[in-house]
Design a protein around this ligand. Structure first.
Ligand code: UDP
Length: 331
C-alpha cells in the first residue's frame, strides 16, 4: 500500500513525507515544482513531476504505485495574492482538485485526506476559539477555493466509494525538529517565516500589519501549530480511515492564540537579534483574531499535540533559516 502525497515537495507536504517514512509507509510524491523543491524530497522516495489537474497522469501514478490513500496538499496558499488573482486560486485549488478527485474515483482509491484552512470560516461572528460547526463564510478567494473543494469531496463521497478526512489548518509554523526539511519558499509572506528571515539577516526589517485592532495589544491574534504536530494529525487521520472511518472534518490548532507582537518578541528573544520592526497599516483581508477549537481532533481521533510551545516553533524555524543560508553559500 502506497500513500500519494500531492505537493510533497512543498512546505507542509515535505514534512508529511517524512512523517510517513518515519512510520515505515511507502510514499509517492506528486508535485509540479512550481513552488516546491525537488531537493526537499527524501532520497529513495518515488517522485513524479506532474500537475494534479492532469487527470490522466494522476490515474497512471495511482495505478502503477497501487496507491491506497491520497494526502492532498498541492495548491496556492497566499491570501492577499488570491484577492488580486482569484481565478488562479479557483484553477489551482478548486479546478485541479476536481481532476484529482476524479482520478481517485476512477482508479478506486478510497481514502482521501484534504488540506483545508481556517479561512473557510471567514471572520467569526463570536469571540473565542472557532468550532467546526461555525458558519462557513470565507472572505477571500483562497478560503472560497478551499471550501469549494471540501464540498466536492463531501458530494463525491456520497455518490462514490470515497472516505475522507478534511483538516482545517490554523497558522502552521516551524520546521522539522530533526532538521530534515523546512519552509523554503522564496518570498514567503507568513509571519513566523518573515520574522525569522529578519532575525537571520535576510531582510533589513519587517512590518506589522495593523496595531489598531480590537485586541489586547492592537495586533492580530493567531493560533500557531507546529508543522510536525500538524502532519502527525494527518497520519492519525490516515489510520482512522484505514480502520473504517468514513468521513471526518476537524480543525488543527492548539486552541490558543498569540498576537503578532507576541510572536515578534519570541523571535527576537530566541534569536537574540533585535531586528527592526515597522508598524504599518492593516493588510487587506486580515481577520483580527482567529483561534481553533481543536477538541474534536483530540477527542475523536485521539490526536495529541506534542510541540505546543511558541519558543520551540520559533527555534525550529530559525534553525531552518540558518540551514538555508548555508545551502545558499555552498551552492
Ligand atoms: N503579519 C505581519 N507582518 C508580516 C506577515 C504577517 O504583521 O510580515 C501579520 C498578518 O497581518 C496577520 C498575521 O501576521 O495578522 C498572520 O499572517 P500570516 O500571513 O502569517 O497568516 P494568515 O493568518 O494571514 O493566514
Amino acid at each position: 500500500m502506497t500513500v500519494m502525497v500531492t505537493g510533497g515537495a512543498g512546505y507542509i507536504g515535505s514534512h508529511m513525507v517524512w512523517e510517513l517514512l518515519d512510520n515505515d509507509e511507502d510514499v509517492v510524491v506528486v508535485d509540479n515544482l512550481v513552488t516546491g523543491f525537488e531537493w526537499s524530497i527524501p532520497k529513495g522516495v518515488t517522485f513524479v513531476k506532474a500537475d494534479i489537474g492532469d487527470q490522466e497522469a494522476i490515474e497512471q501514478v495511482l495505478r502503477e504505485h497501487k496507491v491506497d490513500a491520497i494526502v492532498h496538499f498541492a495548491g496556492s496558499v497566499v491570501v492577499p495574492e488570491s484577492l488580486e488573482d482569484p481565478l488562479k486560486y479557483y484553477q489551482n485549488n478548486t479546478g485541479n482538485s476536481r481532476n484529482l478527485i476524479a482520478a481517485a474515483v476512477k482508479s478506486g482509491v478510497k481514502r482521501f485526506i484534504f488540506s483545508s484552512t481556517a479561512a473557510v470560516y471567514g471572520e467569526p461572528l463570536t469571540t473565542g476559539p472557532i468550532a467546526e460547526n461555525a458558519i462557513l463564510n470565507p472572505m477571500s478567494p483562497y478560503g472560497t477555493s478551499k471550501l469549494m473543494t471540501e464540498l466536492m469531496i463531501r458530494d463525491t463521497a456520497l455518490a462514490h466509494e470515497l472516505d475522507y478526512v478534511i483538516l482545517r489548518y490554523f497558522n502552521v509554523a516551524g520546521c522539522d525538529l530533526k532538521g530534515r526539511t523546512g519552509q523554503s519558499t522564496a518570498g514567503a509572506t507568513h509571519l513566523i517565516k518573515v520574522a525569522c528571515e529578519a532575525a537571520a539577516g535576510k531582510r533589513p526589517m519587517m512590518k506589522v500589519f495593523g496595531t489598531d485592532y480590537d485586541t489586547e495589544d492592537g495586533s492580530c491574534i493567531r493560533d500557531f501549530i507546529h508543522v510536525n504536530d500538524l502532519v502527525n494529525a494527518h497520519y492519525v487521520a490516515l489510520n482512522f480511515l484505514r480502520n473504517g472511518g468514513r468521513k471526518f472534518t476537524a480543525n488543527c490548532g492548539y486552541s490558543q492564540g498569540y498576537s503578532v507582537l507576541d510572536v515578534i518578541d519570541a523571535v527576537k528573544r530566541v534569536s537574540g537579534n533585535d531586528f527592526r520592526v515597522v508598524k504599518t497599516d492593516r493588510r487587506a483581508g486580515d481577520i483580527p483574531a482567529l483561534t481553533a477549537n481543536s477538541n474534536r481532533l483530540q477527542t475523536r481521533l485521539n490526536w495529541e499535540p506534542k510541540h505546543n510551545d511558541l519558543d520551540v516553533i520559533v527555534a525550529s524555524a530559525l534553525e531552518w533559516e540558518k540551514k538555508l543560508l548555508n545551502m545558499r553559500k555552498s551552492a
